[in-house]
Design a protein around this ligand. Sequence first.
Ligand code: F6P
Length: 593
Amino acid sequence: MEGPDRTWESPDYEPSLPVSEKSNPLTRDIDQASAIGIVRMLQACDGQMFEEDTAVKYQRLLSKQVVQTLVEVAKRVELILKDPQDSLVVLSGCGTSGRIAFLVASRFSRRLKDVNQSSVYSYIIAGGDRALLSSQEAPEDDAKLGRLMLKEACEGKKRVVFIGVSCGLSAPFVAGQLDFCLRHPEVFTPVLVGFNPAHQARDEPIEGCTFTFRSVVQRMLELAQSQRAFIISPAVGPEAISGSSRMKGGSATKILLEVILSTAQAAAFSRAPLTETVTLQYLLAYKNAVDVTYSRTEQISTLVEAAGKSLRCGGRVCYLGWGTLAVLGLIDASECNPTFGADYEDIRGFIAGGYVELDNNEGPLTSLGPDFSISHEEFFRSVLPSLTDRDTVLLLYTHSDDLGEVAALARRVRERTSSLHAIYHRGGGDNAATDRQEVIDNLCSSALKISWPSPQTRISVHMQWELSTKLLLNAISTGGHVLKGKVYRNHMVDVQVTNSKLYRRAARLLQKLSGHPKSRCEEALLKAIYQSEQLTSAIPLSDVRAHTVAANHRSRVVPLALILLLTNCSLKEAESRLEQQPIIREVVVVCLS
Ligand code: F6P
C-alpha cells in the first residue's frame, strides 16, 4: 500500500511559506474534481492531521512532545478547577479560532454547571460576538484591542490560564494578548495554540507595537523551558484550500482545546489520572471520529453535489440544526463570505432556540441585521416562504434531540423543496428506528446516519459527533463552492482582502498566477480596491491598513486584479468580463490561456 504523500514536508516545497499558507499537493486539482473526488481529497487532507512525525522536521498532533505539553497545560487548568476562587481559563482567537474558543468554553462551562461547580471558562473573539456569526477580519490586526479585551475579561483575577489560538501564529490580536500575559507573569500562564513551527511565526511589524508575533513566540520559548509558558504548535499539513485555516486548523484547535479541558476536568472531579497515555487515547478517539466520518464518502458526496447544484443556480443552502451541531452550522456558514466571497444568504445556519440556546456573552444580536437572525422561527418567517427546489436544506441533529420537532420541520420544508437532507448521529446501543425517524427518512432525499460505538475513553461522544459534523459541513460548503467555480486549483480566488494577512495572501496569489513581480501585482490589487485606473499619490502604497479598510466595501477585488494583470486591459473592461462570466474559475482559465 502506498504511504502518505509527504511532499509538503520537503524543505524545497514552497520554502518561503509557513505550513499554514502552503498549498497542499493533494488538492492541486480539486477545482476539476467531481463531488466524490473532492470528498476523497478532503479525506486525505484531513488524514494528514494524525500522521506520525518523521525524524525531527515537524512536531505533529500525536508527537510525544505535543502530548507532554498538553498534559502540563491540563494540570494548570486542573489547579484552577480545584480552586476556582479569583481564577479564570480564557480561550481566545480570531475568526474560526475565536468561534471554536466560544464553542469549547460554552460546552465546558455547561458541564461545570451540571455538576454544580463554579464557572471558570471564558472566551474572547476578535470583534466581539458579532464575529461568531459573520466575518469581522479587521480586528484581527489590532493588538491593542486584544490586550484590552483580555484585561477586561480578567479584571480582579489573581490566576489566569490564557490559551490564545492563532492557527498561522500570525494574528496581532492574539500577539497583543500574549505580550500582555508575558508582562504580568504573577497572574497569567500564557499558552499558544497554532499549527506552524515556532520559527515560522509571522515576523511582520505590528502597528503601534514594538513586538512581532515571532518575537512574542521567542519570549515564550524562553519561559517554556521553566514551564511558565507553553506552546502547542504541531503541523497538520497545508489546508485543502490554501490558507483556509477554518478547515484543519479549526478541527485541530477543537481537538486540542477539548483534550486539555476534558482531561483536566476528569482529573479534578473524577480523580482520573492525568497522564500522557490517557491524553494520547483522547487524541486517538478523534482520529477514529475522522475515520468513521469519511467511511461515508458516497453519502457525503451526495450532500456536496446537492450544495454545489444549489449554489451554481443561485439557490441557497440552509443548515437547520439543534444544539451544538447547529452552532457548527452557524460557524461554517459564517466563514463562506471571507473565504469564497459568498453572500450571507448563500449558506445560512439556524439553531433551534435561537440566542437562548447559543448563550453567547452579548445575548441576542438580531438588531444587527437580517444575517443575525438565527432561530428556526426566523427561518420560517424569512426564508421558508421563498424556498424552492433550487435550494438545499440540511437538518443537523442527534438521537437526543426532539425527533417530533425535527419531523415537523422536515414536513414544512419538504413542501417547498425536494432537496432536503439530514445528518443524524446516534449512540451505539440506539439502533432502533423510531417511527419519527422513519418519517424524517421518507421526507429526506438523503440521510447520512452515523451510529457511534461507545468511546473507549472518557471522551464525550458528543464531541466526536461535533468534529464529525464540522468535517461534513466544511466538505459541503467547500465542495459546493468548488463546484460553483469559486476556487482556482486549490486557491480561494475570490477571497476578501480585509486584513493584512489576507492582503499579503492575495498579493502572493496574484504573483503566483500572473508571474508578474510583487510591485506590479500590488498595484493591480490597489486599482481593483480603489476602483481607479490610475493610482494617485493620495493612495500611499505601503499603508496596508488603509487598503484593507477600503477593500471592506468592495467585492471580487482579487479576480479583478488578476484579469488586469493577465490581459493588460482597463479596469472597466475587467469589470465587464466579470459581469459576463461570473464563474471566477472560468474567467481565470480563459485569461490564463
Ligand atoms: O483573516 C481571516 C482568517 O483567516 C479566518 O479565516 C481565520 O479563521 C482567522 O483569520 C484566524 O486565523 P488564525 O487562527 O491563523 O489567527
